[in-house]
Design a protein around this ligand. Structure first.
Ligand code: PNS
Length: 158
């Protein structure tokens, strides 16, 4: 069974993430969406909230599960027999950042390949920070996040 992980902060999950997760689910038997605690980032949503929102957002996508982890991604990959780390790329700046992480993860977990999936052009400008900013000022985020989590995000961030 080919297992992949889609790691990230997901603060909160966006339509851009969902597109990458759906496309990863076409390529692998099992895809874990992994909420990773990043010590360099101060998140607005707790890991539990982020996992709950993701669980609602991925309802109906076959072969997808949700988990959270605090530590090195390479350790999670090794502990769970995962063979691919899937990352979405929106721009050259994403690539610079992801390329460095891919090389580090390759050194730490040589049995896992990092697989880059290019963002759908429609989602190239969509980010969690954009959503947080729009919702904080009472804007409508329904074009940017799955319909069944819009209300919860808007209520929580307003
Ligand atoms: O959504 P983000 O914040 O861009 O995701 C970054 C994330 C969480 C995937 C990355 O920071 C990560 O893998 N953190 C776990 C700690 C780790 O393994 N650091 C070394 C990466 S080479």
């Amino acid at each position: 069974m080919k297992k992949a992980v889609c790691p990230g902060s997901f603060d909160p999950i966006t339509n851009g993430h969902i597109d990458i997760i759906k496309r990863a689910a076409e390529l692998f038997d099992e895809v874990t969406v992994l909420v990773v605690t990043n010590p360099d980032k101060k998140c607005v949503f707790s890991p539990e909230e982020r996992c709950r929102l993701i669980e609602k957002a991925v309802e109906g996508i076959n072969g997808v599960k949700v988990d959270s982890f605090s530590g090195l991604l390479a350790d999670y990959v090794k502990q769970n027999g995962i063979s691919a780390i899937v990352k979405g790329i929106r721009s050259s700046s994403d690539f610079e950042y992801e390329f460095q992480m891919a090389l580090a993860n390759r050194s730490l977990a040589p049995n896992a390949e990092t697989v880059f999936i290019t963002a759908d052009p429609q989602n190239m400008y969509v980010s969690s920070s954009l959503i947080r900013q729009i919702a904080a000022f009472g804007g409508n985020v329904s074009d940017f996040v799955p319909k069944n989590i819009v209300e919860e995000i808007e209520k929580r961030l307003k």
